[in-house]
Design a protein. Sequence first.
Length: 113
Amino acid sequence: MITIYHNPRCSKSREGFQILEDSGKDFEVIKYLDEPISETKLKEIISLLGIKPIELVRKNEAIWKSDYKGKKLTDDNIISAMIKNPKLIERPIIVNGKEAVIGRPPIKVLNII
């Protein structure tokens, strides 16, 4: 099953969602601002993406700049920050089995569907 971690207020996330819709494949939508991602699930997603936690952070968000930027943070600190402030999570994230991709640009969604 394909899953999209989606923020409908984000244009790139909406584009990624539309690509999935147009594909005709079944997929699950998780609006992660409404349904928080657990720490375990976030760690799993980061592992599937093959990235460091900092690479999933939206560094231009005000909360990042005010509370975290410039501080010495461990991977666990960064994951905790994303759990506490889900707006910090880059979007959209599409997971298909053992593969995942950040849909930026949205066309990257096609790589795993």
